[in-house]
Design a protein around this ligand. Structure first.
Ligand code: PMP
Length: 356
């Protein structure tokens, strides 16, 4: 039994893996991998996958749900193109992914103003207290910074249209969708396998873009018109997302997932704060409940190899920090059980007993 703390693609519920495997062998007599995306049985999957997102997040009327391709990386471009009105767009720079969104918006000609950044301290906190000009076309931010383990804990209050990259915390906690004009998220954390990218978009913003460059695929108005089937969608990823959303709702929905996630994060941060060997470099009030970043304290840096061997031997995988930050990162996505976090905590405790 492995304990998968990987940052994404990542663990999904075992029952979802089993049902997905079954669908590969038999989806109404065919394999889900060979069925036409225009077959009524797959159209029904797409419809259910869209509806279940609405159900899980209490999406109000007037919003559309789409499954596209290209990952959140293409979401940087798609969100900018669809939300630009030819004026200025505000961005909060909280690290690699937010910087990617800024870069791609500029590439397609959006006039970007970086309103705040946490680059001065290696993106170890969430900027606060910045001004938001009221005439922005939109404000873009990254709700959870997968690499650094920071997360916005409070909803940004503004009358400016909000655009959010929620790749690594969507479905992990309750949100108020009506606060946003556009949400996007790669599937491969809390939603399903890599391949699909989720968009939740306020219908009234569709087609309002002011840009000379708008390829058909990027135009969310067209995607909405075609009910997320403008071209061949990522069939398998959407199918498994549907299975996973069914499971999420059957296990108490996002509210119950949030309670479980709080318990997991609480357990691990408590250990980091009390263990003599380890430390968190993230501002306490901005700590992510999805990606917990920690390091061996400088005076114990020599123990790195020994610690790596210890957690490997305990069946833990995916604990290495992002290549740009080093250290450790435990991703606690929805499907990771509390018992896996307990295994990690026990490993850390025992390691400290032997080495501190
Ligand atoms: N945004 C965030 C917050 C992410 O965590 C990631 C990937 N880990 C991305 C964007 C890029 O996503 P993708 O690989 O789906 O393009």
């Amino acid at each position: 039994m492995k304990h998968n703390f990987g940052a994404g693609p990542c663990i999904l519920p075992q029952t979802v893996f089993e049902q997905a495997a079954k669908g590969v062998l038999d989806f109404n007599g065919l394999s889900i991998l060979e069925v036409s995306h225009r077959h009524k049985d797959f159209v029904a999957v797409m419809e259910e996958a869209r509806e279940l997102v609405k159900k899980a997040l209490n999406v109000p009327d007037g919003y559309t749900v789409l499954y596209l391709q290209g990952g959140a990386t293409l979401g940087f471009t798609i969100s900018a193109l669809n939300m630009t009105r030819g004026g200025k767009a505000g961005y909060i720079n909280t690290g690699v992914w937010a910087s990617g969104a800024i870069k791609e918006a500029k590439i397609v000609g959006v006039d970007v103003e970086v309103l705040a950044s946490s680059e001065d301290k290696n993106f170890s906190y969430i900027p606060k207290g910045y001004a938001i000009p009221s005439d922005l076309d939109y404000l873009h931010y990254t709700s959870n910074n997968t690499i650094y383990g920071t997360q916005f804990q409070e909803q940004i209050k503004t009358t400016v249209p909000l655009v959010c990259d929620m790749s690594s915390d969507i479905f992990s906690k309750e949100i108020n969708v009506s606060d946003f004009d556009l949400i996007y998220a790669g599937a491969q954390k809390n939603l399903g396998p890599a391949g699909a990218t989720l968009y939740i978009v306020k219908e009234e913003v569709l087609g309002q873009f002011k840009t000379p460059f708008m390829p058909t695929y990027f135009n969310l108005a067209k995607q909405h018109e075609k009910e997320s089937m403008l071209n061949t969608p990522p069939v398998f990823s959407v199918y498994v997302a549907m299975l996973n959303l069914r499971d999420l709702i059957a296990t108490g929905g996002v509210k119950a997932a949030e309670e479980r996630n709080n318990a997991k994060a609480g357990l691990l941060y408590n250990e980091i704060d009390n263990n003599p060997l380890f430390a968190s470099k993230v501002a306490v009030e901005d700590r992510s409940k999805m990606n917990v970043a920690f390091v061996l304290k400088d005076e114990y840096a020599g123990l790195e190899e020994a610690f790596n061997k210890t957690w490997n031997d305990a069946g833990i995988v995916g604990l290495k920090g992002h290549r740009s930050t080093g250290g450790y990162r435990a991703s606690l996505y929805n499907a990771l059980p509390l018992s896996s976090v307990q295994v990690l905590v026990d490993v850390m405790k025992e390691f400290a007993t032997k080495n501190a």
